[in-house]
Write a protein that binds this ligand. Structure first.
Ligand code: 5AD
Ligand code: SF4
Length: 467
């Protein structure tokens, strides 16, 4: 059967989609990108905020016409929204055939068999609290980044706003031997960079192996160039972890450490388990490890505004923390009450207009800081890895590259060089022509910037000044 899967939400979902594909392909089903020929479409969904669920509901509505046309036989919802909503989804959408959660991925082939035998609707919310190892993702030879390796799943932190512990269950770390096997096989296939993922990667713990130990093991894989990870919890961010980031040459200098709020009273109601002062102390320690080096480092965060009971004063404390830390970038959200979480039931919910006002102020402040941070790169030479190559008639060959810190740098140096070379004017991403290939690591000089992007030109080897 031909099937299609669309992913919403975080990198865990991207990984889960590849696991679903691996299982479906080995049972003889065939992935297609062409929705007109798909006999089954699965939406791998996110439930983190109302907006994420609204997008999925909109998509389900759009797909009805494919069912009406007759080729599409089965429409399913997987992932976090499937787990959270369960039967409510099939009760409200009559043309939905399957609802399942992240724990039921291992059952996908038998669920599809049952659909094909005429059973519907099917609901499988099992498995989120069972122990099972992550199902390896589908094998593909194409080298694209980011490439994820799951190291743990679920979460035990239970922040009062968060739906994830209910949709993905408690924390389980994977056996480090399996993680290493998966990472080694990717490196052997030509991947130079891998990203270790999990809900709170730095809580990783398996038979005495902690996150810093795991970083050391992955760092030792011959041929690996760059290791990233996401996302970390400040409560589990130890000095060992920061020391490993500074001391291991392949671990990138990229710290995403979501603070969520700058006020201790808000942090307490969120049950984050740390104070503003403890958080700031950790950031200061991390930065201190690089104070005598020219290597760029990056600190980024997530912030929620309008958490129940957040006063103007508490919000000001968040603004103040943002000014103090000067993040390279921040993901900023309005609090979205999730049914079943403690925060959804808390008194003094902040009204939407006020949440929007606070979000606007926060975004404005971060834009100013991001621009200033970007301007500090002007004229500097930095190491990047090419992630995308595109050829268009208008712009010639252009590249999207990434610094070790995770920041994107756009390069357009090949536009003149490539004017005479052949390229297909319809293909946007032809990764085989041009001067550089995906995965090339090179030095670039930063020539201009905006709040969001850096632009640069490759530096010829002879131009690099070695002190
Ligand atoms: N409302 C708004 N933002 C949320 N996040 C998690 N739950 C909620 C919620 N209920 C944000 C947090 C988290 C990021 C992935 O999403 O900032 O770090
Ligand atoms: Fe969304 Fe969280 Fe589920 Fe990822 S784990 S899909 S962010 S709800």
């Amino acid at each position: 059967m031909k099937y299609h899967i669309q992913s919403f939400g975080c990198q865990m979902n991207v990984y889960d989609t590849k696991s679903l594909m691996g299982l479906l392909n080995s049972a003889g089903h065939e992935f297609t990108d062409n929705l007109d020929e798909a006999e089954m479409i699965l939406l791998n969904t996110c439930a983190i905020r109302e907006g994420a669920e609204d997008r999925v509901r909109g998509r389900i509505g759009q797909l009805k016409r494919f069912k009406d046309r007759g080729v599409l036989q089965y429409l399913g919802v997987c992932g976090c929204m499937g787990q959270k909503e369960g039967r409510r989804l099939t009760d409200s959408v009559s043309f939905l055939d399957l609802v399942m959660g992240p724990g039921a991925i291992g059952n996908i082939v038998s669920l599809v068999d049952r659909l094909q035998a005429g059973e519907r609707p099917l609901i499988d919310l099992s498995g989120i609290d069972d122990y099972f190892d992550e199902i390896p993702p589908v094998e593909t030879d194409e080298i694209t980044y980011p490439r994820f390796v799951s190291i743990m799943r679920g979460c035990d932190k239970r922040c009062t706003y968060c739906i994830v512990p209910y949709t993905r269950g408690g924390e389980h770390s994977r056996d480090p031997r399996i993680i290493l096997q998966e990472a080694e096989s990717l490196v052997q296939k030509g991947f130079k960079e891998i990203t270790l993922i999990g809900q709170t990667v730095n809580s990783y713990s398996y038979d005495g192996v902690h996150f810093a130990n795991l970083l050391e093991m992955v760092n030792d894989i011959p041929g690996i160039e760059r290791i990233r990870f996401a996302t970390s919890h400040p409560g589990s961010a130890t000095r060992d972890m920061f020391d490993a980031m500074a001391g291991l040459d392949h671990v990138c200098e990229q710290l995403h450490l979501p603070v969520q709020a700058g006020s201790n009273r808000t942090l307490k109601r969120m049950k984050r388990g740390y104070t503003r002062e403890e958080y700031l102390e950790k950031i200061a320690y991390f930065r201190s490890l690089f104070k005598d080096s020219d290597i760029p480092i990056s600190v980024t965060t997530d912030i929620i505004v309008g958490f129940p009971g957040e006063t103007e004063e508490e919000f000001e404390e968040t603004l103040d923390l943002m000014r103090e830390v000067r993040y390279d970038a921040a993901f900023m959200f309005k609090f979205s009450p999730r049914r079943g979480t403690p925060a959804a039931e808390m008194p003094d919910q902040v009204d939407e207009v006020e949440k929007s006002r606070r979000l606007d102020r926060l975004i404005k402040l971060q834009q100013e800081v991001s621009k200033e941070v970007n301007q500090e790169f002007l004229g500097k030479t930095i190491e990047v890895m090419i992630e995308r190559v595109s050829h268009t008639l208008k712009h010639g060959t252009t590249y999207e590259a990434r610094m070790r810190t995770g920041r994107i740098v756009k390069l357009d140096q090949d536009s003149k060089l490539d004017q005479d070379s052949k390229f297909d004017q319809d293909s946007k991403f032809d990764q085989d022509s041009g001067q550089h290939q995906v995965g090339d690591i090179l030095n670039v000089a930063v020539t201009r910037c905006t709040s969001y992007s850096l632009y640069g030109e490759p530096v010829k080897e002879e131009e690099i000044y070695v002190a």
